[in-house]
Structures are given as C-alpha cells and as structure tokens.
Design a binder for this molecule. Sequence first.
Ligand code: NOJ
Length: 562
Amino acid sequence: MTEVLPIETPDALKDPTWWRHAVVYQIYPRSFADADGDGLGDIPGVVSRVDYLASLGIDAVWLSPFYPSALADGGYDVADYRNVDPRLGTLEDFDRMVAELHARGIRVIVDIVPNHTSDLHEWFQEALAAGRGSAARERYIFREGTGPDGAEPPTDWLSVFGGPAWHRVEDGQWYFHNFAKEQPDLNWDHSEVREDFLKTLRFWSDRGVDGFRIDVAHMLTKDLTEPLPSREELTLIPIDGNHPLIDRDDVHEIYAEWRQLFNSYDPPRTAVAEAWVASHRVPRYASPESLGQSFNFDLLEADFDAAQFRRIVTENLALAAESGSSSTWVLSNHDVVRHATRYGLPPEPADSTSHTRHGGDWLISGGDEALLDRERGARRAKAATLFMLALPGSTYLYQGEELGLHEVADIPEEERQDPTFFRTGGAEIGRDGCRVPLPWTADGPSFGFGASGAHLPQPAWFSQYAVDAQDGDPASTLSLYRRTLSLRHELQAAEELEWIETGRDDVLRFRRPGGWQVVTNFGTEPYDLTDLPGDAHVVLSSGGPAGSSVPGETTVWIAPVR
Ligand code: NOJ
C-alpha cells in the first residue's frame, strides 16, 4: 500500500511545537512484539499493538534501529540506512505502521546512526576490496599501523565497548572504531558521507517520519591530524570544542545543514541528540539552529535522592531556557539497568568501574536476589516516574517500564548478545537484561511476545508482569501509567515550575501552572499535607490512596477543584 511520496502529515499532527512536552515511548523493535514467530520482534508486531500504544496515552514512539543489520550491536550496526531488516518486515510494513500510528495521534521517531556503519555496509565492503590508498577507504578512517611491519595499531586508544579501537584488515591497514569492530567510524570530512545522510533523512521524512533520534551525536567529527596523541595524552586534552574525538564545535556545521532539511517539511521534522557531554555544552545541540533538543540523562544517573533530583531539575530547566528548547527526562532506556531494579539495590560503591550504570556490579555477581528489594525498587520507580512526568518538558519512556519490569540478570553466557560482554571478556555484563522481549500474556509461548521463542530468554517471573495480568486492574503499574499520562495533558498547559519549600530534606514539592502541585517523599516518614487549600485534593498517587499525608517513597499529584 505504498502511498505517493512524500507522505503528508495528517492535519491533526501538524502542531510544530508538539515535541516540547511530548511523552515518547521507546520501542526496541526486536524485543517488542513478534508477528511472524521467528523469535525476533518486527514491524508487523508493532502494527499489531498500535491499540495498546494508543491506550497508554503517549504522543510518539521512538524506534531503535530496525534496519538491515548483522546485530553485532543490537542493530546499531546499520548495513543499509534506507531499508527495513527483512527479518523485521518491509518498507510497506513500515508505511503501514506510520499510517496506523498517525491515525491514532501517535508520531514516529526513528533512530539515525551516523557515527559508524556496519562492517557489512556496501561502502565498507567496497573499502576492504579496494585496498589501501583507494577513494573507497576515504569514507572511513584507515591508517597504517606502527612498530615493525605496522603490526601495532596506530594508537593505544580503547573502544567504548572495551578492547582496542583499531582493527587490522587483511592487507595490513587498520581502521578506527569507537564501538565494536563491526562498527567502523565514518569520515565526516568526506562530502559523500554528508550527502548520503541528507539523503537518508529525506528518505524517512518523505515516508512521514516525524522526528529523529541521533545516536552518539557528539562523536561524528574528528581531528585526526598526525601525530595522533596517545590514550593518556588524549585524556589531558580539554573537551571544550576542540578535542580530537569528542563534542567538537564543528559537528554543529553538520546539524545546521540537517536543520535546514528538517525545516523544509511541514511540520518541521524534530531531532533529539544522544549527546553525552558536559551540561554547559548541551544547549549547543538543543538550539533551534542545531538538532533542537538533546537528551538529559541526569535523572537516569542519579540515586533516588531528593537533593540530587532537585539540583538536576533546576539545572536542566535553566539549560533548556538557555537554548530555547524544552528539557527532556529519562529514567530507563535500552542501555541501562531498568530503574525499578536500580532503585531496589544498595547504592553502587563510588569506586565501581562498571559501565552498566547503577546495578552493573549486581549483574556481574549473578543478580544476587538477597541484595535486590524488588518491592522497594518498584515503589520508588513509580514515585520517580510520577515526579518525572510532572516536570515541564518531554519525557522518554522505555518499553516495559509501564509494566514495572525489572532487569533480567540471569541470562546464560551462551545467550548473551551485547558486544560489551564479549569485548570485556565478561567483566562487563552488558545491556541484554533490559532488552528481553516483553510479556504480553501471563501464559503461552514466550508470554505472548510471539508464536514461539524469544531471542533472549524470558524468566518465569515475567508472567506476573504481563500486560493481560495488569490490564483492567486499577492497582497495576500499567493502570497507573495510563492514568498519569491522561492527567498529564492538563498539567502540561504551560512550562513553568516553582519549588515549594517543605522543611524536609527528603521531600520535594513543586507547583505547576493552573494550581497543580506535586509532592515526592523520597524518605520513609510520612509527609503531612494539612496545608492544602480547601479546594485542592490528591488526584493521583504512586503508592495507593493518600489522605492527609504522603507515605514514604511516594509521589502525589494535587489538583485544584474546578
Ligand atoms: C548509543 C546507543 O544507545 C547504544 O545502544 C549503542 O550501542 C551505541 N550508541 C553505539 O551505536
């Protein structure tokens, strides 16, 4: 049913400011829903669940990569940017998904991975075949090695996933890869690379896609003038816009060009940067001349702690004001331990070297149940989520958090997929535990994920978290998310937030326009609510009914009577 391109955005979805306060639900396509029963989630699977997505009350979905890929890094190794992995469907399926979501008022954001391609991408295959000194190698970062016969890598740099950042090819040259060796970095000084990504952005925009999430947006441009610094020298270079590898000012020349392309559509396509940069550098990515919005991962990195949460909110609202963007908030995604689990674990030691944020050490120890307080984690997660959803700005939710899902710790070694696990010889357990396929039904094969198995093993306890076990139960986490998202539309009428002092260092309270108030009790002692004006009352609680006090580890929303 391919429509004539470019596909028109439905009139109901033309508000150009929608992204400022949107709730975006992240779908990790290979683990969402499997329509053809091959164990791998797919695009028809998403189509089969559009009513579920609509029932959540979200504004948009963001799909992690669904492109052809050998899955060396869960799809972030893209072999063809303008296609759908045949195991996940076809472009026609994609068009159908966009139409079905749009018909339900849900926008679509896709993931763009511009820092590196898959080693199976036709450009890289061409580069390997063409040999040293060829034009084809110019699109990547090839160098001669050092030492006798060039048998040593050009530098001692490490990849983000562990191990060396250079890999030697058959003819003896080396190529640079910030991530896995199957993810060679592109050379963004090359005009063909720039032109090809413009083509890709146009391709998806023409298919009706509403926005883009830009993978490692702070790494694209590099200054690899010889002599290259050593790893140690690299750490001494300030990251102030001129660092050879990270957060260079010149990356915004690329995004300025992309912005022109985005703005040529009606409504303009949106973009959000995945940029792990110092706070004061975030506004560059979020400015209207650049990508327009940037992820803020501060809450995701914080403990369940009032002082940390307050500082993060204040800082990020100021940063958003500086760029003219709105802030983003996120507690879970496909790269970190789920927040229900993080909050149920003892705080990670300050000297932990684990990259699997908060919970990495617990995972490495085999997910010791004695250390995890599941109920407490779930209680705090709901409190943190209701706090986050009451903040001005847009919120990114990760599939399964609306079910209160915990991390899956006990994935057998032979079933692990994350390159981090392999590249660190198991020292880093990796991110598979948050990517286990969703439970839709309490029984049946793969808990309703598909007709047969799931590509990562699902634990027996998934049964009690299944969608059909929670649907219709007013006390379930799923019902709480639905209620919260429906009320949020009223609360987000404007973007202001004003703190109300509580006299307690473990209780945060703030006012939103229209007479709304939100209280989060991070401690365990109840917080008295006797000072409410007569016409205000609690309309939402993360922890069951709240009367004249807010119980420990609970958030309430207070509405004025109209
Ligand atoms: C960030 C993505 O979120 C992560 O999953 C991926 O491994 C890296 N970028 C590399 O593309």
